[in-house]
Each structure stands twice: as C-alpha cells, then as structure tokens.
Design a protein around this ligand. Sequence first.
Ligand SMILES: Nc1ncnc2c1ncn2[C@@H]1O[C@H](COP(=O)(O)OP(=O)(O)O)[C@@H](O)[C@H]1O
Ligand SMILES: [Mg+2]
Length: 357
Amino acid sequence: MTDTLATSSARDTIAILRPPQPSAPYAGPLAPLLALPGVTDVLVNEPGTAWIDRGRGLERQTVDLPDAEAVRVLAVTLASAGGRRLDDASPLVDARLPDGTRLHAALPPIAPECAAISLRRVRSQALTLDDLAVGGMVSGSAVALVRELVRQRCSALVTGATGSGKTTLLASLLSEVDPTERILIIEEAGELQPDHPHVVRLVERRANIEGSGAIGLPLLVREAMRMRPDRVVLGECRGPEVREVLSVFNTGHRGGFATVHANSPADVPARLVALGALAGMSQRTVELQAGIAFDVILHVERSGGARRLASIAVLEHRDEALVAIEAVGWTAKGWRQGPGWQALCAVLGGWTPDAAA
Ligand SMILES: Nc1ncnc2c1ncn2[C@@H]1O[C@H](COP(=O)(O)OP(=O)(O)O)[C@@H](O)[C@H]1O
Ligand SMILES: [Mg+2]
C-alpha cells in the first residue's frame, strides 16, 4: 500500500503555516529569536551567542549579550518573569514564562563560566492530528488508527527521547477526546494545551527555599481520582508517580495517557521497572501492572529535523517478562506490520486499521 503522506517532503513544517507567536519582551535580545517561525528551542551558554533549533539541527546566532554578566542578568529577568527566584542561594530554576515558554536556567558556579539558559517554545494552540499529518509527523495511514484508539478509550503510553514530540502528539490526541468528557491533566510545568473544552490541570509545586511546601506528582495523581475524571493524563512520568499511574490505570480508569522517556519501545518495560523501583515496587509488580494498564505504546522519534510517530507497540508477557512487541511501524518509505499486529487489532475490538487495507 502506498502511504502518500508518509512520503511527503513536508517534514516539521507545520509551524511555518501558522503566524509567528507574539514576542516576549522580557526575553530581551532573545525575543526576536523566539519569534522566528518554527523555532522550538533557544539556548545560551556563553556571551554573544545563542543556539536555535528550528528543525534542522542547532544553528548558531549572534546576540547582544556582551559578557557573562549580561547573560546572568537576562537569566534572572527571565526567571522573575516566570515568577521564580534565581540567585546565589537558589541557582537553578525551571519555570514557565507568561507566554507559555518553558525556561531552565543555571547560574555560576553550577554552570561555571557563564549562566546557561534553555528556552523551549510551547504552543498556545495544540497541533491537531490532521496538522501533524500535513507536517509529516503522523503518516496518513496512522491518523484513523490513532483516532480510533482514542475513541475506544485505549490507555496509551507516549514514548520517545527528549524533544521527539511526545507532548505535541499527546496534546493532539487529547484534542480528539469527545467534548463531553472531562480531562484531568497532572503535570510538572503546565505544558499540555489540548484543544478541548473541559480540561482540569493540576501542576506540581516545588519545595520553597526552606525545603517545605512541595506538592508532588504522586499526590496530585491521587487527588485527581477524586475529581471525577473521564481521562487521567500524566504529562510526563519520570519518578515514583509511576506507582499511582499504574494503580489508576489498573482500577477501571481506561482511556488515560502518560508520556515516558524511552529511546525505543523495547526499552519501555525496563524504564517502567526503573521508575517503579523509585517507588519501592518490585520488577514483577511493575511488569504485571504495566501489562494490564497500557493497551498500546505510541513511540515517536526524531531523526535529522523530522519528528515522526514511528511505531505502535503492544505490551505482552513472554517467559515471565514484560516485552513490547511492534504492531505497526512507519518510515519515510511507508508502513510495515509487526508481530503485534493481531494483538493491536484485538485491542481495537475487531476494528480494522486503514493500514491493513
Ligand atoms: N510535528 C511538529 N511540528 C512542529 N513542531 C513540533 C512538532 N512536534 C514537536 N514540535 C516542537 O518540538 C519541540 C519539542 O516537542 P515536545 O512535544 O515538547 O517534545 P517532548 O515532549 O518529546 O520533549 C516543541 O517546541 C514542539 O512545539
Ligand atoms: Mg514533553
């Protein structure tokens, strides 16, 4: 079968179809870079230079930041725009700027020679699945399949490396959720902006400078259960909250989502086991619970500038161990069926994916 969209040359270009987002005055000399079409990251770690990522690898730009002090002042200004403090007593910050941009900054001596600023643009409006198809991230044959997974309330783990597009794909999936449903999002930084009329967001709170007042993700997942969710979504699972997520997805709450950092679907079971260990869970318990909790793994990859939903896998127990089995995969040349295909069809209750046509 020919997959016309999979062979499209339009990779990651959807951003240029949209007007540039408004500039951020507090970003000083970085504001014009943040406003460039398609820019996802702006990074500074020495005077005079910024690196930008707009889908073709990092590009060096000259900026008016004459010395290390200017970089430090900018880092502090950005942090305060995000309502956070950044100084010698508190030299690391992770914050969200008023326009949604995510800021990380480290001051000397943690970043020894010069403050390090990392800015990640976050879309104020989610890309839809159709947008992702036009841009080449989700191939034509995958769109109907993914839509059906959402419609049938399958529970999914979105996996991939950092910056591969997990959050972007997840937001597009949530935008497909029926408007009569209530989505509970638990997040570290308030990144997910799905196009959906009924979203409740719980964002974790870090400890204050005295080390108290933290409200972490595990507690928020438990609280979310008392808020009558139809869909429970954990923006990023990277710590002991995996225990609560597995518990929620094992107790009748179908149709939820979480993202997990993993370089390939095959790595997912080990990654879940490692996270579970942080919560005192044994390997066996994590594997047993994860096998029930998640119907599918949606794995995204970035190679060169192109981000792609690269495969869908199912979790199965083989020889007492949990393994991810590829059901379908996509490359620039088209799609392929994997050994988990029948299991995926079973998950979909007999619905035949387009890709099988
Ligand atoms: N298909 C896409 N088209 C354009 N930009 C994208 C696409 N997917 C992701 N991005 C951008 O790439 C950056 C990283 O994506 P993100 O979804 O946050 O990755 P992850 O959650 O895997 O770290 C974001 O700025 C996002 O807006
Ligand atoms: Mg993310």
